[in-house]
Ligand binder design. Structure first.
Ligand code: FES
Length: 182
């Protein structure tokens, strides 16, 4: 069926819905999925993933982390399965470049639970570890700060996006050792 005004309206609605969703997150009111664009190739391959368009980060308040769901394709032999992982993005500078943003993994270094954002701190719901918004651990049993993820800015579809290089680290260690958190 040919594209008509209806499908054009639908595309516009979807675009607006995504923008609206991210605005709500910036206000700390929820979360949204950010889909890895299929044109970037094999998302099971290691390497940075486009996380959020920079234009959405412009109004990010310095003390309000943006909660995002990063969709990852995980290759297991011949099988590829999708999994979502929460990532928190904070503005730590004037917002001009990648160095002005920090991305934090939500995986708790104690036993791998998902750390949650609560008002002015992060809290792990499993055994009560707490972290400052910077990711610094303030209450155990998490043995180390939240794991920072490398970020960069690159162009996608003619606009700058913040990319995150998803990484996992060993659980239960003070030292950050690259590896699986499974
Ligand atoms: S898994 Fe987070 S405190 Fe235990």
């Amino acid at each position: 069926m040919a594209d008509g005004p209806e499908s054009e309206d639908r595309r516009n609605f979807i675009r607006i819905a995504v923008i609206g969703g991210i605005g709500m997150i910036a206000a700390g009111a929820g979360s949204a999925s950010v889909f890895i664009p299929p044109s970037i190739g094999d998302s099971a391959a290691p390497g940075p993933k486009p996380l959020v368009p920079m234009i959405k980060l412009g109004a990010l308040a310095a003390d309000k982390p943006l909660t995002l769901q990063l969709t990852l394709s995980v290759r297991d032999g011949w099988r590829v399965r999708n999994r979502t992982q929460t990532v928190y993005v904070l503005r730590t500078g004037d917002g001009e470049g990648a160095a002005d943003f920090t991305a934090l993994s939500s995986i708790c270094s104690h036993a791998g639970c998902t750390i949650e954002h609560r008002e002015d701190k992060f809290v792990c719901p499993c055994h009560g570890a707490e972290f400052e918004l910077s990711g610094k651990v303030t209450k155990g049993p998490a043995p180390r700060d939240m794991d920072p993820l490398p970020v960069s800015i690159a162009e996608y579809q003619g606009a700058p996006w913040l990319y995150v290089d998803w990484q996992e680290f060993a659980l239960g260690t003070e030292e950050r050792i690259p590896g699986s958190s499974a």
